[in-house]
Ligand binder design. Structure first.
Ligand SMILES: Nc1ncnc2c1ncn2[C@@H]1O[C@H](COP(=O)(O)OP(=O)(O)OP(=O)(O)O)[C@@H](O)[C@H]1O
Length: 259
């Protein structure tokens, strides 16, 4: 992988809830085109870390530095809220585990995609509709569903629509929280294939939170293993999973091996 300047630099990121250190001095760099998996059991701090990176919750210490489209290094912690929201709409995307949290259920599938284009300044109705249709195709939703409400879609289809809604603005950084969680196994497999092909063709930089080792094996170049708010092991995905050093990682890996 070509490693130029990191897209994102996290250093010493700490978030406490009372006595609990949900994230304890987390540090890593993410490079363009890289998929970083974050794995750990329930309560290890994965979702908190994603929210802290996105600036959705206040943190207690550390830095989140992001290199924007103009190559300017932005300190997310001191960025005014309006500017942060704008950045989230134009350069970042956040894929929620439950697609219902990331979609507007009372407007059509096409409008769910199109309104994100309106947000970034597109005004031509014909262009918006054409782009929305192209993205429905990309995520394998039939054209005929364009004017349907997503509340009538299956869970897998809702998740694919959420991806289209996020990717239409060509984000440079995509945060994903258990994107295949809550779906049944065959639907998960199809979504994973789609995610893998989108990540490659769009050269996406992704932070992917999951408790599923199969998901990181398929998608992540690098891996962080979290336990009790700390990163206990980090490295290339295959190396970490094939030769885990920390007892917690060894336990995670052996728990998923078929006897
Ligand atoms: N809003 C909150 N208030 C108090 N404690 C919280 C809050 N959010 C998270 N925590 C605590 O912080 C720790 C980390 O939680 P977090 O949800 O980040 O873990 P996780 O690894 O994402 O778990 P899961 O896989 O179940 O989503 C847990 O001990 C949790 O109870």
């Amino acid at each position: 992988m070509k490693t130029t300047e990191p897209l994102l630099k996290i250093d010493g990121l700490t978030k406490r809830f009372g006595a609990i250190r949900a994230c304890d001095r987390i540090a890593f760099d993410l490079y363009p085109g890289q998929v970083l998996g974050i794995i750990g059991e329930s309560g290890s701090g994965k979702s908190t870390l994603l929210k802290a990176i996105a600036g959705e919750i206040p943190v207690d210490g550390g830095q989140v530095l992001y290199r924007d489209r103009t190559a300017q290094l932005i300190n997310l912690r001191t960025l005014p809220e309006a500017r942060r929201r704008q950045l989230m709409k134009t350069e970042w995307g956040f894929v929620q585990q439950n697609p219902r949290d990331g979609l507007r259920l009372q407007v059509t599938a096409g409008a769910n995609i199109g309104e994100r284009l309106l947000d970034v300044g597109e005004r031509h109705y014909g262009n918006i509709r054409a782009e929305a249709l192209a993205w429905l195709n990309q995520v394998e939703i039939p054209d005929a569903r364009m004017d349907d409400l997503p509340s009538n879609f299956s869970g897998g289809m809702q998740q694919r629509l959420q991806l289209a809604r996020i990717l239409v603005t060509r984000p440079r950084l995509v945060l994903m929280d258990e994107p295949t969680g809550g779906l049944d196994v065959s639907v998960q497999a199809r979504l994973l294939d789609l995610l893998r092909s989108l990540v490659r063709t769009l050269h996406l930089s992704v932070i992917l939170v999951t408790h599923d080792i199969g998901v990181v094996r398929l998608l992540a170049h690098r891996l962080l293993v979290m336990q009790n708010g700390q990163v206990v092991e980090a490295g290339l995905t295959d190396q970490v999973l094939d030769d885990p050093h920390h007892p917690y990682t060894q336990q995670l890996v052996s728990a998923t091996l078929v006897p």
